[in-house]
Ligand binder design. Structure first.
Ligand code: RUB
Length: 312
């Protein structure tokens, strides 16, 4: 049984992190919360659920998978007349979202693996389940390739990635973030995940991704993004920008050093935006698309279109 406040705290502190994972735990937290709400009337029940949804969505602002998952689960209440009915509908929707999210990661692995050839040197950044799924599936199919994985300052997610790659028996080089350009000429393919994909195909991912994309473009190295369809951002259709989370300076430097430097402001943006021109392909569970086709995913697969917004 997960508790909404506890789950929200874990997401905020990054004890649970990664866009896909936070979407799934938020769906699970809403499902469990529904059964913890005292059964009154349906309006009271919905108001309680709205509060919980709000708490979860506010934890981290960038990964669109989070509001998309919450929206999907909350929509299940539409048309229900009693809290009991609504609870069942929420639980069924949350479980189906979690299941399809896990399946999506597997499917992306199958599709993405087709782009990794024998002898390739692949670079990845941060720790993305979807990106790693491509590498692990290619390995499972017997492809012989090696990986360069970055450190990912300041939270060192690269250390999680190299453990997974090591466990899969994939030869891996671990480099600091600033070594990316030095090695780019040896790289055949960059594979990264996404926290959000805008309607124009721009990809928001861990800070540093856009520098890697620039270096890849300069070296004529292909870059593919592994992203489930629920990472596409419907509201960008209306020009809404994706908020880039800026985290505590204490993640970058110890507080005593920061305190000793009154004229220095430590900046810690957690994500950046890679323009579509630097992206060769976005691999979703529905197939691989050029970034320019992002609108199709939002409309056809995510099921959000202009009318969705007119209703709210
Ligand atoms: C994680 C990150 C990942 C994406 C995709 O950032 O940028 O590349 O979330 O991951 P953080 P996945 O560590 O700040 O959450 O494919 O696992 O959803």
């Amino acid at each position: 049984m997960t508790d909404v406040a506890d789950t929200a705290g874990k997401i905020r502190r990054m004890e649970i992190r990664g866009a896909g994972r936070i979407a799934r735990v938020a769906a699970a937290a809403l499902r469990d919360h529904a059964y913890q709400v005292e059964s009154g009337d349906i309006a009271g029940f919905m108001a309680e659920m709205e509060k919980a949804a709000h708490t979860l969505v506010l934890t981290r602002p960038t990964a669109v998978s989070l509001p998309n998952a919450v929206h999907t689960v909350m929509l299940a209440m539409e048309g229900t007349n009693t809290p009991e009915e609504a609870k069942k509908a929420i639980a069924a929707r949350a479980d189906s979202f979690i299941r399809s999210s896990e399946q999506a990661v597997g499917k992306i692995g199958e599709i993405g693996a087709r782009h990794i050839r024998d002898g390739d040197v692949v670079m990845t950044h941060c720790n993305s389940e979807a990106a790693l799924s491509c590498l692990i599936e290619a390995r499972r199919q017997g492809r012989d390739f090696s990986v360069f994985a970055t450190e990912v300052r300041p939270r060192n997610q690269g250390q999680i990635t190299i453990r997974t790659l090591n466990d899969a028996g994939i030869e891996t080089n671990f480099i600091v973030d600033s070594a990316v350009r030095s090695f780019m000429n040896r790289i055949d393919l960059v594979v990264v995940g996404a926290d959000a994909v805008a309607v124009n195909g721009a990809v928001v991912n861990k800070i540093g991704t856009s520098q890697i994309a620039l270096a890849a473009d300069e070296a004529r190295t292909s870059l593919i993004v592994a992203a489930e369809t629920y990472k596409f951002a419907p509201r960008t259709i209306f020009g809404e920008l994706i908020t880039i989370e800026e985290r505590e300076p204490g993640e970058v430097l110890p507080p005593e050093i920061i305190d000793s430097l009154p004229h220095v402001r430590v900046r810690n943006p957690a994500f950046d935006v890679t323009p579509p021109e630097y992206i060769d392909l976005i691999v979703t569970e529905e197939g691989a698309i050029p970034p320019q086709m992002a609108y199709i995913i939002i409309r056809e697969y995510l099921g959000w279109d202009i009318n969705e917004f007119n209703r709210h």
